[in-house]
Design a protein around this ligand. Structure first.
Ligand code: XIL
Length: 373
């Protein structure tokens, strides 16, 4: 008896020690996205006003534990920071920057020139000269104020149409394509140390990607400083675009610039444009088919989301030498803009943390990729 028990006992002790060390490794690693990915790329999140003001202790703890990069979700957009021609409102932006500095986070500015969320006075501008004056004053004042504190700026946001041509925004209509160069040059002058990014959605898709590459090449040829491209990454769990994303990483990186994923989320709900043949006059808000997980996320959908994130992060890790940052567009599911867009008052589940700031299956899937190393 004794002779047969002993080897089992030794084996048991060794096995327990092994399990213990494995557990403590995976536990310490499983606590934090930013720690798990510290040798790969930055892991960011978008902060809303409540996060900047540290109103919610649970979310605040989560942000500090999990993320090492922050982007302001809305408060640096021109309608907030520059509401009137001669009035700036730096209150929240100052607090946002202070939050990042206090917590030693990478601070990404979003965004200097964008056709959306513009102050009302800009929509009224009719001459090229006045618009140019707005751009000069805006970029000099905003990027200048935070010079030396920001790590990067999304200098121009969403300048392209889906076919890769220039979007007919107020900037394009009054100033032509030159406004892009103008914006980057002004930003470089106002803050010579910040990395300057062009940011857009769907630029992983071939036609729009081609337009972005042509635009970036033109900037480079004219001697303008551009350091990176931000692929927003607002995707659906029903889209299968890993190949396009990989092609985009390689093609953008071949231009000698950094690639960041700046606004990552996966909607689990249908979009109106997914429904081919849908009656455009249909009232989507009232249609329960458009909000089918009102009470809870079914396990199968949670798994599908986890698989999407897992495939994506496998690709990110494969290309980590080209990727500077991966930022989620929001802290947790309850905070996500996808509860209100493109249809109001829905219950969406696009991120890694649930409404109680608890890690979801998708979080575990992303962490799992690093647990074996
Ligand atoms: C969104 C915010 O998340 C919302 O709160 C706001 O109402 C609208 O804008 N592309 C961008 C982001 O570059 O600034 C947008 O953020 C989402 C799409």
């Amino acid at each position: 008896m004794k002779i047969t028990l002993r080897p089992n006992l030794y084996f048991g002790i060794i096995f327990c020690l092994f399990l213990n060390s494995f557990n403590s490794f995976s536990q310490s690693n499983s606590k934090s996205l930013k720690k798990a990915y510290q040798d790969d790329f930055l892991i960011g999140t978008a902060l809303g006003t409540q996060h900047i003001l540290e109103k919610n202790a649970q979310a605040d703890k989560l942000i500090k534990e999990q993320f090492n990069a922050i982007t302001p979700e809305n408060i640096m957009k021109s309608e907030v920071i520059h509401p009137e021609l001669h009035r700036y409102n730096f209150d929240l932006a100052d607090k946002f920057v202070a939050y990042g500095q206090k917590n030693q986070m990478y601070i990404a500015g979003h965004t200097l020139i964008w056709h959306s969320q513009l102050p009302r006075f800009v929509y009224k501008i009719q001459s090229a000269d006045s618009l140019k004056m707005f751009m000069e004053d805006h970029i000099k004042t905003v990027a200048g104020r935070y010079a030396g504190k920001m790590n990067s700026w999304d200098v121009v946001n969403e300048a392209l149409n889906e076919d890769g041509t220039m979007r007919p925004s107020i900037f394009y209509k009054l100033l032509g394509e030159d406004y892009i160069k103008m914006a980057f040059d002004l930003a470089a002058k106002a803050d010579p140390n910040a990395e300057l990014y062009y940011n857009d959605y769907n630029i992983e898709q071939p036609a729009k990607r081609k337009g972005a590459i042509a635009m970036i090449k033109k900037l480079q040829a004219s001697g303008t400083k551009i350091d990176g491209v931000g692929i927003q990454g607002h995707w659906s769990i029903n889209s299968n675009n890993i190949k396009e994303i990989e092609d985009a990483i390689n093609e953008f990186s071949a231009l000698g610039i950094k690639v960041a994923f700046t606004e990552l989320d996966y909607t689990v709900l249908p979009n109106p444009w997914d429904l081919k043949g849908a009656d455009v006059n249909q009232n989507f808000e009232a249609d329960p088919k458009m909000n089918q997980y009102k009470d809870a996320l079914p396990d199968s959908v949670g798994t599908k989301l986890a698989n999407r994130y897992s495939d994506l992060f496998i690709l990110f890790l494969k290309n980590k030498d080209k990727i500077s940052r991966v930022t989620f567009w929001g802290v947790n599911d309850g905070h996500s803009w996808l509860n209100g867009w493109p249809i109001k008052n829905r219950t969406n589940y696009p991120l890694l943390f649930d409404r109680d700031c608890q890690p979801k299956k998708a979080y575990n899937a992303v962490m799992q990729l690093k647990s074996g190393q």
